[in-house]
Design a protein around this ligand. Structure first.
Ligand code: QAP
Ligand code: CO
Length: 173
């Protein structure tokens, strides 16, 4: 499966993802291909809608204390729901679908989610730190929301201007 990353301002990123019902080989092929393109793009998180599959599927691979990403830390999360959240934390986020732009975003400090794994087994995960932030960022994608949608009016205007410049720079190189 050859995937490519859908980039802002592509309208497909606004779509709401649908629930996964079949935990079959098609789903496994999608998950495997998502992992490869995420690593290839130097990402730590990716939702299926970012590769043009509007399904409630996301993967996360947070680096360890040594800054290394290992496949044993790969999380495959299907049909997630946040069952509990508390605290507030701020982190400078980026997104593979908004390349080259980073901005501070407020999130819940800790979340507990319920989700299914690639075989349809129900799991619970308690997350804090970068994992908690990444989960919230990716669940937003499933609802058609990008981190830039959370910016104030003035920061959003600043983003639009800067992003145009980034896009122009890319075309030149
Ligand atoms: C979502 O983001 C996230 O602009 C994952 O040029 C964000 O993997 C999780 C990336 C913040 C936790 C905190 C972005 C790669 C990767 C870029 C990513 C770029 C190359 C973003
Ligand atoms: Co993203």
């Amino acid at each position: 499966m050859q995937l490519s990353i859908v980039e802002y301002p592509d309208k497909r990123l606004k779509e709401k993802s649908s629930q996964v019902k079949k935990f079959d080989t098609d789903l496994h092929a999608l998950l495997n291909a998502m992992y490869l393109i995420m690593l290839d793009s130097n990402g730590i998180g990716l939702a299926a809608i970012q590769v043009a599959h509007p399904k409630a599927v996301l993967i996360l691979n947070i680096p360890n204390e040594d800054g290394e990403q290992t496949e044993e830390n790969l999380l495959e999360i299907i049909n997630p729901i946040i069952t509990s959240k508390n605290g507030i934390t701020t982190y400078q986020e980026g997104c593979l679908s908004v390349p080259g732009f980073y901005e501070d975003i407020d999130r819940h400090e800790k979340v507990i989610i319920k989700y299914q794994d690639r075989n349809g087994n129900t799991k619970t995960l308690e997350a804090d730190g970068l994992l908690s932030i990444a989960i919230q960022h990716e669940i937003d994608h499933l609802n058609g929301i990008l981190f830039i949608d959370k910016l104030s009016y003035s920061r959003r205007k600043k983003f639009e201007k800067e992003y145009k410049r980034i896009q122009k720079e890319k075309k030149r190189s």
